[in-house]
Every structure is written in structure tokens, then in C-alpha cells.
Design a binder for this molecule. Structure first.
Ligand SMILES: NC(=O)c1ccc[n+]([C@@H]2O[C@H](COP(=O)([O-])OP(=O)(O)OC[C@H]3O[C@@H](n4cnc5c(N)ncnc54)[C@H](O)[C@@H]3O)[C@@H](O)[C@H]2O)c1
Length: 395
């Protein structure tokens, strides 16, 4: 890092890579001073036209076609890894070895062995290592967490979490990296990892799972003829390949507190484009969130006047985490959603690097990412043993 600026790069210009690019572009517009000017140095993607387009749109100086070029570049300080999960380990290891700070997308890696190696590397790394669990940055979810931690819901009695998506409903969707990698790397690792992290963010660590069920509704998919971006459609051949992982998963879990939980995740839940949601109940209150309505949540804390008792809609506003200083228009009811969460995540990563005086809460660590993957693998083992209870090693 030079005294004049902090230089960032994004590896991967696909669906989530562009969200990181947009996040870095905006980090100096939120939460006051503390960061040096951010230099948007490079975007790397093996699909070079995609990298060139992303660099142009988000104002990055150069587009490159290999991640190794970013690793070797002496002028880059901090890097987001936003490519398919199997590539996370080699890229993260090379970046750490070259002294660059790393924000790696979830899930931490493509296998438990890779995730363990990264968590081990984190212990001796002298750079910041972080994992991108964006939903922690939702003002509504962070506000609900504050209520849970303050005991406003009373003793917790039930957590029910879901992440229902429909991006895989079309059987003509090509066999991209998302459909490869073995049990646990499908809906469970892709979207389930987010709601597992959200559950732990709210209620603490999960210590065991049971009742695991994994289902694959569409067992074969057509081979892509060219590049596939995100969940998008792409030209496909008449040849098909085997889907290696689950479309749908369900399980129950127990938190260290003793609280029981149920989770369900799917990429074949028609009509649910991005349905992360949960209900958390206690003896004295209830809070519910649905990412399809990200700028509000439902809250019920048994008002003393029985005539108006009942759940109410709470609109996100400056009284909540991230809002004051985090929006160009700091007025309640202006909305907000996914894009802002990436800005706050990038800002937190750079706060960690610089040591700003008033930092955002730090990102999840590689150790946290390994723990979430251990939960995913415990669900797989539960599913393979008729739903048996499987303990999860502590983080
Ligand atoms: N936090 C979130 O909300 C969120 C959302 C979506 C995806 N993700 C995560 O982000 C990562 C990427 O997902 P995506 O949906 O953006 O995928 P994507 O398929 O849209 O994009 C991945 C990009 O990586 C590029 N790529 C492949 N091999 C490469 C290589 N060797 N060098 C450089 N680039 C290469 C591809 O060309 C592609 O453009 C995954 O780990 C995923 O789990 C996170």
C-alpha cells in the first residue's frame, strides 16, 4: 500500500465479481473518512471480453485474462476472489504468498481439504484474510441480530431458515461449475452457506445437524457451448452431462445454546428468485426477514395494549446498523438491497487492512468459512446415513 492510495483488484467478472467491482468503486462514498483513495487497478477473467467490459463499466484501469497476472502485479494490495469455488484455494494461496490481502467468496473452497489448507494458511498469514458472507451486511438482518443479542425476543425457542431460489428450474440451463463438485456443493454450498452463516450470525455456532436430505430433481443438463455467466442462459449442445450435486437440501440443526433449528435450501423452488429468509422466535418476541423485501422486516414483541398487539412491518432507516453514513440519501424508506451489502463488505475488508479508527464489523475469517463448510459436510453425512445426527467440530 502506498501512502497515496490502496490498490484493489477483482478476480472474476461474472455475476458476483461485478458486485465486488461496484463495491470497491463506492467504498469511499460511505462511512466517512479513514481510507486512503482507492485505486481500482485490475479486473481479471479468463473470459477476456467480460473482463474488459467490467473494467470499463466500473472504472478499473486494466483488464487481464489470467489471475496469475494479478498475483504477480507489484502495484496491487488487496484482491477479491470471485470465481468458481474449486479455484479459490490456488488463487488465495498464491495471493497470500505474494503479500496481498484476500477477500474470498463463499463457500471458502471447493473441498474440505482445500478449506482446511486455507484456514491453516490464515494462521500464519500476515495479510487480512476474509470470506464474503454478504448477508451479515444487511441493515435489517444486523438490526434483528441486535434485538436477539439484547434479549428482546426473550429466550429463543425456534430458528427456521431458508434460501429458496429458482435459477435451476429450467432443465436447459447449462452444466456450469455450479452443478459439479459432489454432494454438498450444489444448493447447499451455493446458497445454503449464506443462510447457515446468517443463522450463526443471529444465534451463535451450530454444533450438530440431523435429518439431512439431499435431492436432485434434474440429474442431467446440457453441455454449454461457450461461456456461462452466473445463472444465465447460454447456448448449449445436444450432449448432456451428469449433475453431481443437490438441487434441494433440508436438515435440522442445534446451536451451542441448545436452540433447535430447521433449514431448507433449493435452487429449484419455482417463483423464488433469491429467497433468503428466516423466522426467529423467542418466548417474548419474533422477527422475520425475507430478502425479496430487503429494506424491511417483521417484528412482534407483544405490545402491552392487547387491542393493537401483533406483528408489524419495520422499515429500514437511520436507526439501524449500516444505514447512517451508508446511503447517499439517509432517509428512512429509501429502500436498499444487495448492492449496498457488497459496498459495506468491501469497506469492512479495507477497514481491516488500513486499521481505520471507526471500522465496520470485520468480515468472516477463513476459519469461519471452514466451519460453515464443516456444517455442510455434516449435512451430507447425515443424508448419507438416513438422517442420523452428526456433530460439527468447533470453529
Ligand atoms: N455473496 C454472494 O451473494 C454471491 C453471489 C453469487 C456468487 N457468489 C460466489 O462468487 C463466486 C463466483 O460466482 P459467480 O456467480 O460470479 O460465477 P460466474 O460463473 O458468474 O463467474 C465466474 C467467472 O470466473 C471466470 N473464470 C473461470 N476460470 C477462471 C480463471 N482460471 N481465471 C480467471 N477467471 C476465471 C469465468 O470466466 C466467469 O466469468 C462463487 O464462489 C460463488 O459462490 C457469491
Amino acid at each position: 500500500m502506498s501512502e497515496q492510495h490502496l490498490s484493489v483488484a477483482v478476480i472474476g467478472a461474472g455475476m458476483a465479481g461485478r458486485s465486488h467491482a461496484a463495491g470497491y468503486r463506492a467504498v469511499n462514498t460511505v462511512f466517512g473518512e479513514g481510507l486512503p483513495p482507492i485505486r481500482l487497478a485490475a479486473i481479471a477473467d479468463a473470459n477476456e471480453p467480460l473482463a474488459v467490459d467490467a473494467a470499463r463499466r466500473y472504472g478499473f484501469e486494466r483488464a487481464v485474462s489470467s489471475w496469475e497476472t494479478v498475483v504477480d502485479a507489484p502495484d496491487i494490495d488487496a484482491v477479491s476472489i470471485v470465481v468458481g469455488n474449486a479455484l479459490h484455494r490456488p488463487i488465495a494461496e498464491a495471493l497470500i504468498a505474494s503479500g496481498k490481502h484476500v477477500l474470498c467468496e463463499k463457500p471458502l473452497a471447493g473441498s474440505m481439504a482445500d478449506a482446511r489448507a486455507l484456514a491453516e494458511a490464515e494462521q500464519t498469514a500476515d495479510v487480512v484474510t476474509a470470506v464474503g458472507y454478504t448477508y451479515r451486511r444487511s441493515p435489517a438482518i444486523a438490526a434483528i441480530r441486535d434485538h436477539v443479542q439484547d434479549g428482546d425476543l426473550g429466550e429463543l425457542t425456534l430458528f427456521d431458515g431458508r434460501y429458496w431460489c429458482d435459477y435451476a428450474c429450467d432443465p436447459r440451463s447449462p452444466l456450469s461449475w455450479r452443478y459439479l463438485g459432489g454432494p454438498g456443493s450444489g444448493a447447499l454450498g451455493d446458497v445454503g452457506a449464506h443462510v447457515i452463516d446468517a443463522g450463526q450470525f443471529l444465534c451463535g455456532p451450530i454444533v450438530s445437524v440431523s435429518g439431512g436430505v439431499l435431492e436432485t430433481q434434474i440429474a442431467k443438463r446440457p453441455m454449454p457451448l461457450g461461456a456461462v455467466v452466473g445463472h444465465g442462459a447460454a447456448p448449449v449442445s445436444n450432449e448432456v452431462g451428469e449433475v453431481e450435486n443437490e438441487d434441494t437440501a433440508m436438515f435440522t440443526a442445534r446451536f451451542a445454546s441448545g436452540l433447535a433449528a430447521s433449514f431448507s435450501v433449493s435452487r429449484t423452488a419455482f417463483g423464488m428468485p433469491n429467497g433468503l429468509g428466516f423466522d426467529v422466535h423467542g418466548l417474548a418476541g419474533r422477527a422475520s426477514f425475507d430478502q425479496h423485501r430487503p429494506a424491511e422486516f417483521t417484528y412482534d414483541d407483544a405490545q402491552p395494549d392487547a387491542r393493537t398487539r401483533g406483528a408489524r412491518q419495520v422499515i429500514v432507516g437511520p436507526q439501524m446498523p449500516y444505514f447512517a453514513g451508508g446511503y447517499p440519501m439517509e432517509a428512512p424508506g429509501v429502500g436498499g438491497g444487495n448492492a449496498e451489502m457488497f459496498v459495506y463488505q468491501c469497506r469492512a475488508f479495507l477497514d481491516q487492512i488500513v486499521g481505520t479508527p471507526d471500522p465496520l464489523p470485520p468480515n468472516a475469517t477463513f476459519a469461519d468459512g471452514l466451519h460453515t463448510m464443516a456444517i455442510v459436510q455434516a449435512v451430507v453425512r447425515s443424508a448419507q446415513s438416513d438422517g442420523a445426527a452428526v456433530p460439527v467440530p468447533a470453529a
